[in-house]
Design a protein around this ligand. Structure first.
Ligand code: ASP
Length: 569
């Protein structure tokens, strides 16, 4: 038989040379014996790791004493009759088979070597298998995959655009799509009532550790949508995807409203896999006055933590304050007693009444956080929520409540339509400006915008957002009203979205959809914590491709053709 691949390791025992031959399917041991072929044995002497060789030989069973139970091919070996040297290799900058020991910078610089590693082969091929599942599932449900342009106008998802200068119209620019949002909506208007696409999107954001400037979404849109049907389609897809890695998921995925998620978990992407939950409690006006705080506070009961040391509690206090709480305290309950540093300021009776209201039990610690009395209540509430989420996750970590191998999905629904941007003193769209408000909130769209709820939803898995979407506006008049609340004049709206506004006037059907974060989903399936591990050629956290050294400067001639001259630094 003939085999070809890379030499993983060579072991030279003098009269015998072993070559571990590797390709993406695994490793097989080749043995070169001079008595079988002196030429093959000779050739094998010059072979090194990562050389590419072809082996003509015979598969034989290994002697029982040399069977390697760790290797799927450990019961056989290939006795070489001929060794073909197909190509040599320099000594690689890191050993291909060194799991987890190589600095990521080197891995990214020599990505083509890093990808030879079995784990990377598995991840990237899992991604391929998963794409097939998407295409099959969506096609079975009547969705057609349709490509949308990369060279387009800016699509407003709230991030910065990557711009591409036009050579033929100097001073004009294409934008790379942040998502195909407008195109998929236009496809609904064009009569393709069910669309999907595995699509690259581009966002020029200040990168966080686990973001990529280009990333992939499973983009979905349907006309005449029932939210329940869309959820069912997405859940069916998740079920099939996770089945690929032997994980079965519980369906239907539970729904939680945004308001409830914020109240109980302090987060719109709550980790619902453990029970720690916040509850609203109120201080008396007198107690609040003494603390110079707002009467509303949040309380969380934690079991098995009554023996926390002073320094552990101090650290929690630092975290609560750093993440936005104006004050932090706790009540330790043991037997019939409750002890709290708060008693000094507000009295023991108040402490006990708060502990009772929160339902705290002996053996527990009740954590309390609150916000300031003064300032915008919107901002105060947001900061309190942030602190409550951070504290909850920290406690879950300390109490070891986050169990690996548990898959807690949740749909978060009924998001607010708008967020108030204090700095800019105006409303922005919480999802995006094409999301429909709830029918029943149309009458307060302008008059009480902060209370308007959107027909938007997110899919959350173990505390991470893995998808988001909405039912859209399909009527021009409502779209126009929403733009207005967002501070977009008719003129501006026309300039940016004229084509889209026009399309809404030619029989746009009701429609809605979702986009799923493909890199994140694959990473979760593969058990990787970083999406770079499931992207063949990712960029660093500062948006650099270390291998081909992009971004890079270009030839002055190229700039000239584009009519661009660079500012002097
Ligand atoms: N375009 C949205 C996004 O990329 C998803 C959607 O509304 O379908 O987040």
């Amino acid at each position: 038989m003939f085999l070809a691949g890379w030499v993983d390791v060579r072991r030279d025992l003098g009269n015998l040379i072993f070559l571990d031959l590797r390709d993406h399917t695994g490793i097989v041991q080749v043995v070169c014996r001079p008595e079988v072929s002196a030429a093959a044995h000779d050739k094998a002497q010059n072979v090194r790791s990562e050389f590419v060789v072809g082996i003509e030989g015979e598969v034989v069973e290994r002697a029982p004493a040399t069977v390697n139970a760790q290797l799927p091919t450990g019961e056989i070996e290939v006795v070489a009759r001929e060794v073909l040297l197909l190509n040599e290799s320099k000594t690689p900058p890191f050993p291909i088979n060194a799991e987890g020991k190589t600095a990521e910078e080197a891995r990214l610089r020599y990505r083509y070597l890093d990808l030879r590693h079995a784990r990377m082969q598995r991840n990237i091929r899992l991604r391929h298998d998963a794409s097939l599942v998407v295409r099959r599932h969506m096609s079975e449900r009547g969705f057609a995959e349709i490509e949308t342009p990369f060279l387009t106008r800016s699509t407003p998802e709230g991030a910065r655009d990557y711009l591409v200068p036009s050579r033929l119209r100097h001073g004009h620019f294409y934008a790379l799509p942040q998502s195909p949002q407008l195109f998929k909506q236009l496809l609904m208007m064009a009569g393709f009532d069910r669309y999907f696409q595995i699509v690259r999107c581009f966002r020029d954001e200040d990168l966080r550790a686990d973001r990529q400037p280009e990333f992939t979404q499973i983009d979905i849109e349907m006309a005449f949508p029932q939210r329940a049907e869309l959820f069912e389609i997405v859940e069916g897809l998740m079920e099939k995807l996770f089945a690929l890695v032997g994980i079965s998921i519980a369906r239907p995925i539970p729904l939680i409203t945004y308001a409830e998620a914020m109240e109980r978990y302090g987060s719109d992407k709550p980790h619902t896999g453990f029970a720690l939950e916040w509850k609203r409690v109120s201080l008396t006006a007198e107690a609040a006055g003494k603390l110079r705080a707002a009467p509303e506070a949040k309380a969380l009961r934690a079991a098995n933590s009554a023996d926390y040391s002073r320094s552990q509690l101090d650290k929690l206090q630092d975290l609560a304050k750093a993440s936005g709480a104006a004050w932090f305290s706790y009540v330790k309950l043991s037997g019939n007693e409750s002890q709290s540093p708060l008693s000094k300021a507000v009295g023991q009776a108040e402490v006990e009444s708060v502990a009772r209201a929160a339902g705290a039990l002996p053996g527990e610690i009740l954590f309390l956080i609150g916000c300031r009395a003064e300032g915008s209540s919107l901002v105060n509430t947001r900061r309190l929520d942030e602190a409550s989420s951070a504290l909850r996750l920290e406690l879950a970590g300390r109490l070891n409540l986050i169990k690996p191998g548990h898959w807690n999905f949740a749909w978060v629904v009924d998001f607010p339509m708008f967020e108030y941007d204090e700095k800019e003193q105006r409303f922005t769209a919480m999802h995006h400006p094409f999301t429909s408000p709830r029918e029943e909130d149309l009458s307060i769209l302008e008059s009480d915008s902060a209370r308007v709820k959107a027909r938007a939803y997110d899919l959350v898995l173990n505390g991470q957002e893995i998808g988001g979407g909405s039912i859209r506006m399909h009527r021009r008049d409502i779209q126009q009203r929403v733009f207005k609340v967002l501070g977009l004049t008719e003129e501006k709206a026309r300039e940016r979205f004229g084509f889209f506004m026009d399309a809404l006037e030619y029989g746009a059907p009701p429609h809605g959809g979702i986009a799923l974060g493909w890199d994140r989903i694959i990473a979760l399936m593969a058990g990787e914590s970083n999406i770079r591990e499931v992207i063949a050629f990712p960029k660093t956290a500062s948006a650099v491709d270390l291998m081909c050294e992009a971004p890079a400067s270009v030839d002055p001639g190229q700039l000239d053709e584009l009519g661009i001259s660079l500012k002097k630094e």
